[in-house]
Every structure is written in C-alpha cells, then in structure tokens.
Design a protein around this ligand. Structure first.
Ligand SMILES: Nc1ncnc2c1ncn2[C@@H]1O[C@H](COP(=O)(O)OP(=O)(O)OP(=O)(O)O)[C@@H](O)[C@H]1O
Ligand SMILES: [Mg+2]
Length: 363
C-alpha cells in the first residue's frame, strides 16, 4: 500500500474532483469518491446522471476534463485502459457468438499474450468459481440468460483485475433471475476481495448488493454513505425521493412551538429542528410508504383522515391505496395480516416524527 504525502495510507481507489464536459453538456462535475479495497460500491442515479461516464473515466476509456484518478496512491489518469488492471462487465453481454464459453473466457488473456499454462489455470479457476461446469464447450446461444451473464462476469474476472466495473449488467434479465444474480455477484465480490463498482439506476439493486451507495444527480455526487444510512437518513430531498418509495407533503415549520404543520390536512406533528433553515418556514416532508401508521378513524387519534380505495397484495406485504379528503392518493405499505382492511374503511394516517424526513422547501 502506498503512502500519501502526509504518511497516511492512500485509499485503494481515489477519484479526486473529476469533471467531464462534452461540449455544452456537463456530464460530471467535481466528483470525488474514495473506494476501499474490500468494498462493493453502487453508483445510483437516474438516466443521464453521468454513471457510465464515471465508469468510463475509471476504466480509462475516456479522459476527464479536470481532476485525477489514483489507484493505490499512483496517478493513473493518463494510463491507457489495458495498463490499469481493470475488469469490466456491461449491460449487453457482448459474448462472441461464434466462440465457446472457454474461448470467450480465454479472450482477455490471449489479448495480453498470457502463457498457455496460465490461461489453462485461469479457465479452471473461472469454471469453478462461477459454477460453469459442463458449460465450457457450449456456445452463448446454448446458455440461459443467467449463465451468459456468469460467463460475462468470468470474462471480467479472469485477468484477476484490481477492481471490477459493472454497468447495469442485470438490466436484461427477468426479475427473479436478477434477484438470484444480485446475491451471487455480492458473494463473488466478498470471496475475491477486490472492489466492485456497480452502476445502476435501480435502487433495489443498489441496496441489495452494495456496502456503500453513491447517489449521482445531474453529474454531481448527491450523497455517499452506507446503504442503510442512505435509506434511513436521506441527506437531501432528491435522495429521499429517489431511494425507497416515499410520499411527499408540503408543510410549515414553526420554530416556537417546534411543530411541522401540514395545513392542507389540518395535521401537525412535533419536530425539533429543521437543518439549514434559512428563515424559511416552508418545508417538505417525506415519509417512506412502509412507515405510515394506520389507525381506525374512530380511535380519535390525530392524523390525516383517509379511506381505503384499493388493496394490492404483494406477497408478504399489502399496499393500501388511500384517498384523502382532498382527493389525493397515498400509498401505505403494511405487513400482510390475516385479513386485509376492507375497501371503504375509514382510517387516520400518521407516522412517528422520528421516522420522517423534513427539509426546507425549494432546496
Ligand atoms: N460522448 C458523448 N458526447 C456528448 N454527450 C455525452 C457523451 N456521453 C455522454 N454524454 C452525455 O452525458 C450525460 C451523462 O451520460 P451517461 O451515459 O454517463 O449517463 P448514465 O447515468 O449512464 O445514464 P443511463 O442510466 O441512461 O445509462 C448525458 O447527458 C449524456 O447525453
Ligand atoms: Mg449508462
């Protein structure tokens, strides 16, 4: 491990103040992330937010307009891709259709003129670690989607890279297979002990696999943190909206009474302090749909009066579509009980104030 100038251990991967401008388009702006040697990091953001651009810059397939990239303390910004020791897996499997699994896997090793004995060893290694037994002499069109994706992963890994970059590799798979592959990919990462940088616009994928999540919005790093923290304590309204399924309310914060008032519903709840409040009392409130509390309206509890308009069964959960008196719809997710609430049931909707997120409006 290289030492940085102040003697501290340099991070395994350091992305320092990276920008990438394409003409008028600012694809990435002053983005910095340090990545640990054993870390699975998800890059999460909407379409066009700059995720693939970031991967291309790490891989060396593109050059930043500003900023530097370091691997183990060494500046690699000007190194071509083949000198960076990186493995890559992309959305399209990009397997050679007229080559067998064995030949597909050997390809990156042959490209770099590795000795035949080493190629054989690495093929055995890939076959074992990715459970490709019995598939090595098949052609891609003789494999299932999941098997093809495992071969694509294998091709990214046979060179024993210092890190693996993955760009939406599961986007073409159906949901069930995707969920299986999520577990497998995370297991490979923990087994291999190299960082995986995994790009996705799918928050479930990001949360299911990663140790930390970097949320990118409009080319900027919006948030970076452990997945549980990003989910439970979204630092910005964008993250609150983008990670998890939430409902947003407009409200007003009164510093004297320490309350947030949702005037529209004649409902208020205690709240200590709204961070970065610039004398502006308007706030936006986000509540995760599974954090709503539903009480019978006759209980006399304070809350937003509403009526069950529809009930959607989702395995172990029930999604209640609730209608407020203002004719708005709110979705509340609850664990499935014996008997779901009947259509037309009148309820009072509330939440534990410590479970919601309040931001100054218009941030
Ligand atoms: N070569 C290029 N020339 C011009 N603009 C580009 C180029 N590559 C990317 N962009 C622009 O940069 C922005 C970020 O693109 P990028 O491909 O990184 O997004 P993304 O987050 O990967 O999106 P998606 O989820 O759709 O794959 C977009 O506005 C895109 O149009
Ligand atoms: Mg992309």
């Amino acid at each position: 491990m290289n030492q940085s100038q102040n003697g501290a251990e340099a991070p395994y991967i350091r992305i320092a103040n990276i920008s990438r401008q394409y003409g008028q388009v600012r694809a990435l702006h002053d983005l910095s992330i340090d990545i640990d040697k054993h870390e699975f990091i998800a890059i999460l953001g909407p379409s066009g937010s700059g995720k693939s651009t970031l991967l291309r810059l790490i891989a060396g397939l593109d050059r930043p307009t500003a900023g530097r990239i370091f691997f183990d303390g060494v500046d690699v910004t000007d190194l071509p891709p083949h000198k960076r020791g990186i493995g890559m897996v992309f959305q399209e499997f990009l397997l050679f259709p007229h080559r067998t699994v064995r030949e597909n896997l050997a390809f990156p090793l042959r490209m770099t003129n590795q000795p035949p004995q080493m190629i054989l060893e690495r093929l055995d290694w890939a076959e074992a670690i990715l459970s490709l037994n019995g598939l090595m002499d098949r052609y891609p069109n003789q494999l299932s989607g999941g098997q093809q994706q495992r071969v694509a992963l294998g091709r990214g890994l046979v060179t024993h890279p210092t890190l693996l970059l993955l760009d939406e590799p599961l986007a073409n798979l159906d949901r069930e297979l995707r969920n299986e592959m999520e577990v497998e990919i995370r297991r490979y990462q923990k087994q291999l002990g190299i960082p995986f940088v995994y790009v996705t616009h799918n928050q479930e994928e990001a949360l299911s696999m990663s140790d930390r999540v970097a949320v990118i919005n409009g080319g900027k790093l919006e948030a970076l943190g452990e997945r549980q923290l990003i989910y439970d304590h979204p630092p910005t309204p964008f993250v609150a909206r983008f990670v998890g399924k939430s409902t947003r309310f407009d409200g007003a914060f009164d510093a004297a009474s320490k309350k947030v008032d949702l005037q529209r519903y004649n409902y208020s709840f205690p709240y200590e302090e709204v961070a970065e409040r610039k004398g502006n009392a308007r706030v936006e409130v986000f509540v995760k749909n599974e954090r709503f509390e539903l009480l019978p309206s006759r209980s006399g509890s304070a809350g937003i009066p509403c009526t069950v308009a529809d009930v959607v069964l989702r395995g172990p959960f029930v999604e209640y579509i609730l209608e407020t008196e203002a004719d708005e719809r709110i979705i509340a997710v609850q664990p499935k009980r014996e008997e779901p609430l009947a259509l037309g049931t009148k309820l009072s909707l509330s939440w534990n104030p410590s479970q919601c997120h309040v931001f100054p409006a218009g941030r």
